[in-house]
Design a protein around this ligand. Structure first.
Ligand code: CP
Length: 295
């Protein structure tokens, strides 16, 4: 595997191998020798993905190359391709990219020789978020086969949901969507539940942020969203004892979830962020070992 652009082509074996590598490498914080450069090219805002990549790269002994759209030649009109080729030319050994275009991976994947990691492609995919979520689920339940996972929220505009549909099916989980009018994506053939049904029957209730920035017509009215479709205290009480709450974050508190539940006992929201470092270390180690950069 040269790049890490999508979870669609990952076998269950590759998913398990990366998760195992993340577990080993995250635990030891193993330092590698040599001088390697990782470039973090975020054309869209990010806190946890970007910063956990920076920490993961430094834990692996890599130097990090920063990038800001407003102070780079992007501000002069330079294209994504030319920016990426520039970083490759000046010696980046690995490129981490987030961009609003759904299809940038298809355009870059075949023309760049150093590994590229997709840190978010428009509404397309968010494969490293998916892997850290799988890691969190495995940490909790030990395996995926037969687990019931409900994904609730703005599925239509969610790259996280698109990655999860593919990977969760690959590893044998049952995936359900919570039916929120206007936020469904009928092209994804997934059975739907009400939020009350999801809370009663699922092992994992995964909430998604309402992605106002992708709606095109500004922020939508969320006044009654929590009560109608969100995770209220009343619904949380219907969850099974072992069931967990997840959210890729950032969270719209009191919209997708009652703010009192964000750090409740069954919430794994900050655990997901913590796991992001180990999993991103695991993914980079996996890609670079294949190229004999790390041995
Ligand atoms: N979950 C996630 O991608 O968060 P950031 O946008 O802060 O990176």
């Amino acid at each position: 595997m040269q790049h890490f652009l999508s979870v669609r082509n990952l076998s269950a074996n590759t998913i398990e191998t990366i998760l195992e590598r993340a577990e080993v490498i995250g635990g030891t914080r193993e330092q590698h020798t040599g001088r390697y450069f990782a470039a973090n090219l975020f054309f869209e805002p990010s806190t946890r993905t970007k910063m956990s990549f920076v920490v993961a790269e430094r834990n692996l002994g890599m130097d990090t190359l920063d990038f800001h759209t407003e102070t780079s030649s992007t501000a002069k009109g330079e294209s994504l391709y030319d920016t990426v080729r520039t970083y490759e030319s000046i010696g980046a050994d690995l490129l981490v990219i987030r961009h609003a275009n759904d299809n940038w991976c298809d355009e870059l994947g075949s023309s760049i020789s150093v590994p590229i990691i997709n840190a978010g492609s428009g509404k397309g995919e968010h494969p490293t978020q998916c892997m850290l979520d799988l890691y969190t689920i495995k940490q909790e339940f030990g395996a995926f086969q037969g687990l019931n996972v409900a994904i609730a929220g703005d599925i239509k505009h969610s790259r996280v949901a698109r990655s999860h549909v593919s990977a969760l099916k690959t590893v044998g989980a049952n995936v359900y969507f919570v039916n929120v009018p206007g936020f469904m994506d009928e092209s994804l053939d997934i059975p739907s539940l009400t939020m009350d049904e999801a809370c009663t029957m699922c092992d994992v209730v995964m909430l998604l942020r309402i992605q106002h920035e992708r709606h095109g017509n500004g922020a939508c009215d969320t006044t009654s969203y929590l009560e109608k479709f969100g995770l209220t205290i009343e619904r949380e009480r219907k969850m099974q004892n072992h069931a967990i709450i997840m959210h890729p974050a950032p969270v719209n508190r009191n919209v997708e979830i009652d703010t009192r539940l964000v750090e409740c006992d069954r919430s794994r929201i900050f655990q997901q962020m913590e796991n992001g470092v180990a999993v991103r270390m695991g993914i980079m180690d996996y890609l670079l070992a294949e190229r004999s950069v790390f041995v």
